[in-house]
Design a protein around this ligand. Structure first.
Ligand SMILES: *Cc1c(COP(=O)(O)O)cnc(C)c1O
Length: 482
């Protein structure tokens, strides 16, 4: 539809408002035709720029602020990787192209092939698939690989063991893949209880899903014993790689006895994430499972060119369209090459140091249910504050008022009033100190004026929603009645 201006070339003086198209009037029902001219806002370019710039500043983002959200690994994402992802030769690739003419996409295939090798080297695995689109999707893929392995061997397997500290996606993925879940409690040291675990092992055990370090930020030094026990009944060890940031360059899941891993590229390897994506959850396996990996797979031919290979009759098939979230994979590739071996190792050094610094400074003020050296994150409980009626949620709202994104609260589920802090390696002492001071202030205020907490946040454009009213009026009355 072409809009006709009153004059074919608008005058330069001031902004010319397009008048409605005469020919359109013929086809639009009379009731919908404007009786008066549209009232366009009369604003200058500067007004518009300031309006949108102000709005963008209301957005809380990693580029501007500290984001201590435990388990999520909200590290700074260097702009260099965005540049790599926007290189035209990559950004304009069509996903069908590799199947039509591989010679036109050698660069893209090389990235996928090399990522397979790099991630295998980093995790101690033999092969990777780049297809899964998120960590949880990687979990499902991994458990499907586990099932394919047992099917091929004729193993009668029924259940998967998952610690009670696990992320909710673990039992969800295993259930979708058709397994029963057996939960094992955490012991007083903050790791899977070995005694309870051993009692749950039978010939019907398909495998174990572990996060290491676990969601309490604690490393389990019994992993080799667990792996031996699982392998004895031909079960498989699954590594939830969401916390790989703590181990990079120091320990490899493959060396610890794991058979399958997923990596959250958007967490460990720096892609902006949150709000649902985009992410990537590549899955790596030991040789005995390689033949089950999704197709297609990228191979390097004798003439050093790359091609897609579909010839894996035992493959579980496609788990996502094409080759995964290519731009996320590309950013992770650029990030890994930029940092190199030494750089990757420094990630875990600094991530662990930062978390321990925060833990050491706050443990006088907050209860620390598992008081031991942590890895890349630490988990407090607001149980001391709760005695005065102040909950983890209230402390989170107080922090918002102080200009901080709150840490993760109420996860992991096994810690009452949990406050889970993950600073990541990219934060400096100068950035962490004001956050620590605000946490201390919250603890002190909970002693002196606990009643004030129900009003936070006070300084934000939107005040605290009435969650009970929201649940009752909106969810119960509106949605459930419908
Ligand atoms: C984030 C996370 C997941 C799920 O990963 P997504 O990429 O969000 O799907 C699984 N396990 C743990 C421990 C996590 O922190």
């Amino acid at each position: 539809m072409q809009l006709i201006f009153e004059k074919s070339v608008p005058e330069r003086k001031g902004f010319q408002v397009p008048k409605s198209d005469v020919s359109m009037k013929a086809t639009i029902p009379g009731a919908y035709i404007r009786k008066i001219d549209c009232l366009w806002p009369e604003v200058s370019e500067l007004d518009v720029v300031r309006h949108f710039t102000r709005l963008s500043n209301l957005n809380y983002s990693l580029d501007a602020n500290f984001y201590p959200l435990g388990s999520c690994t909200m590290k700074y994402n260097p702009k260099f990787t965005e540049k790599a992802a926007s290189i035209k030769g990559f950004a304009n690739l069509h996903p069908v192209l590799p199947q039509l003419d591989g010679s036109l996409v050698q660069g893209g295939l090389e990235v996928l092939f090399e990522m397979d090798q790099l991630l295998s080297e980093i995790t101690g695995m033999d092969n990777f698939t780049m297809q899964p689109l998120a960590g949880a999707h990687g979990e499902l893929t991994g458990v499907m690989l586990m099932a394919a392995y047992h099917r091929a061997k004729g193993n009668k397997k029924k259940y998967i063991i998952i610690p009670d500290s696990a992320h909710g996606t673990n039992p969800a993925s295993a259930t979708i893949a058709g397994y029963d879940i057996v939960s094992v409690p955490t012991d007083k040291n903050g790791v899977l209880s070995l005694k309870d675990f051993e009692a749950k092992i039978t010939d019907e055990l398909a495998g174990v899903m572990l996060t290491s370090p676990n969601t309490l930020g604690i490393f389990n030094s019994n992993i080799d014993k667990i792996a031996d026990a699982v392998h004895k009944v031909d079960g498989l060890m699954y590594y939830d790689g969401a916390n790989l940031n703590a181990l990079l360059g120091r320990a490899r899941p493959g060396d610890l006895g794991f058979d399958i891993v997923h990596i959250n590229l958007h967490k460990t390897f720096a892609t902006p994430h949150g709000g649902g994506g985009p992410g990537a959850g590549p899955v790596g396996v030991k040789k005995s499972l390689s033949k089950f990996l999704p197709i297609s797979r990228v191979i390097k031919k004798d003439d050093h060119t790359y091609a897609l290979d579909y010839n894996y009759p035992e493959s579980i098939g496609y788990v996502a369209p094409f080759y995964g979230n290519f731009s996320v994979i590309l950013k992770a590739y650029a990030y890994i090459l930029m940092l190199g071996k030494e750089g990757l190792r420094e990630i875990s050094d600094h991530a662990v140091l930062n978390a321990n610094y925060i833990m050491a400074r706050l443990k006088k003020y907050y209860d620390l249910p598992f008081d031991r050296t942590c890895m890349h994150e630490c988990v407090f409980s607001a149980s001391k504050q709760e005695k005065n009626g102040v909950h983890a949620n209230d402390i989170a709202k107080f922090l918002i008022d102080k200009g901080f994104h709150p840490p993760t609260v109420y996860f992991p589920l096994i810690v009452k009033e949990a406050i889970m802090i993950e600073p990541t390696e990219t934060e400096s002492k100068q950035e962490m100190d004001p956050f620590i001071e605000a946490m201390i202030e919250a603890a002190q205020l909970s002693e002196s004026h606990p009643d004030q907490f129900k009003d936070f946040p006070k300084n934000t454009p939107v005040s605290r929603p009435d969650e009970v009213k929201a649940a009752k009026d909106i969810i119960c009355n509106h949605f459930l009645k419908k």
